[in-house]
Design a protein around this ligand. Sequence first.
Ligand code: ATP
Length: 199
Amino acid sequence: MPLKIGLTGGIGSGKSTVAKIFELLEVPVYYADAASKRLYHTDKVLIAALKHQFGEDIYAGDQLDRDKLASIVFADKTKLDLLNSLVHPPTIRDAEEWCARQQAPYVIKEAALLFESGSAAGLDYVVGVFAPPHLRIKRVMERDGSTRDDVLRRMNQQIDENIKMKLCDFVISNNEQELVIPQVLALHQVLLRLAKHND
Ligand code: ATP
């Protein structure tokens, strides 16, 4: 079984960008957000639970109405917590099955809510991607065409970035002051060594 490395950071920190650099180094990467979007359409138990909790009409046929679900959960923190509590366990299971199929010294699981979901517990090490709030806001506004308020609202649903980084074993600075690729290359060597000791 490969060494399991988590990759996390707040919205707009650059997790996916860093994950893609690891992919170029032939490290297999599991993207939790994309996986959960797939599970919304394939996991029958999850689909039944979502319909039960949020109403049959959050699905149009077998397609999830993401706007409808978002309008429910982003207006009510309890409902967002409920949604996360339904989605995280099957995603964690799916990631574990994926890990077991990989042939590599180590694999990466990229997830925004690695600590919040409890999935960090099953990982060997966690890498954090850090960027200051003003850059994260600017990047997400440019990437998604979101308003500043929209980004702030999403940021406020995640645990404090400074606390998150303290929970990480390694931190990559993506603050547009330090070069990112050399940091990833150096960390790759460290992770390969850790994976070798783990054999
Ligand atoms: P989310 O949690 O929303 O999925 P993320 O942490 O995965 O975000 P990315 O999508 O990797 O973040 O990055 C956010 C945006 O900022 C992207 O458009 C990306 O191209 C850009 N970006 C990331 N890092 C840098 C950088 N160092 N310089 C300039 N742009 C960057």
